[in-house]
Design a protein around this ligand. Sequence first.
Ligand SMILES: C[S@@+](CC[C@H](N)C(=O)[O-])C[C@H]1O[C@@H](n2cnc3c(N)ncnc32)[C@H](O)[C@@H]1O
Length: 306
Amino acid sequence: MEGAAVHEDSIVSLGDVTFHTASIPAVDTNLYSLSSEEAAFFKAQTGIDDDEDLKRHILEVQAKAYELATYPCIHGFVFLRLELSRFAVYEHILKLGRERPDAILLDIGCCFGVDARKAAMDGFPAKNIIASDINNGFLELSHELFRTTPASYPGSFLPGDVFDPAFLCIAERSDDVSSAPAIDLSSLKSLNPLHGRISAINAAKFFHLFSEEKQLHLARALAGLLSAQPGSVICGEQVGTLETGIVTPKISGSVHQLFAHSPQTWSSLWDGEVFEKGSVKVETELVEVAIHGMQFFVMTWSVMRL
Ligand SMILES: C[S@@+](CC[C@H](N)C(=O)[O-])C[C@H]1O[C@@H](n2cnc3c(N)ncnc32)[C@H](O)[C@@H]1O
């Protein structure tokens, strides 16, 4: 299972998050649901109009993905929720795609890359969207979910590990505010040629997979990719907390142990540690989730260059 390691004592890890194999829930098709907006999106994207046919198709792909790695967001069908489009910063990202010449959008830790597909449907030029994940199987399943091929969908997929410096190293932050020349994303082998070139980065349900030290490393690495042009933005959402530290949320029936930032420490990490203090605007929203036996805080956030 790529991205997950099974040890003899039956402890599984996804990123740095550990839990017992016995607590991994089986696929539960009863958790499948689509709002009318989500149904319209998936029907338009897949060309499947019938609700039952669409459900069958999504369940088939979901089961294959859950075989690859048992992420709760796959188990709970959270990947259907079009999360990026609900972020306050989403319209701004679409505007960057419309108005900034050759603006690039990166969906990092993308799994099926649903957010990337949604942004493409809403007008961000697909040829300037890159979706990246450590698990190439998820990137292949994106084509299966959306019934596309590399020839029919102009967006790019790039497999790689964000902690492998050959794929993404920490670069000096760029102060060059001139617009970058167009780059053929489909020819990339790593993210490193994009240092200082990316206008918008989405990191949804991603940072909380990693330890405190690795979250800081990842923040620095993504900051190095961001264009210095005012308005360039990194956004995401993850398990949050009122008091920074180890939290043990119950998600999809199993207790996960992970490191979570509070809005205060997350803001000061970006504004002062990763970026020079006062050079970015950080916005956070912490909401308590309590549904289907799950209980935890979710923090949605954005970091915009001023
Ligand atoms: C919880 S899923 C979130 C997927 C998607 N962003 C969403 O919002 O539905 C986390 C994703 O991060 C990917 N991932 C885990 N470790 C990674 C790494 N070191 N580098 C790149 N991607 C990684 C996993 O393969 C998985 O698809």
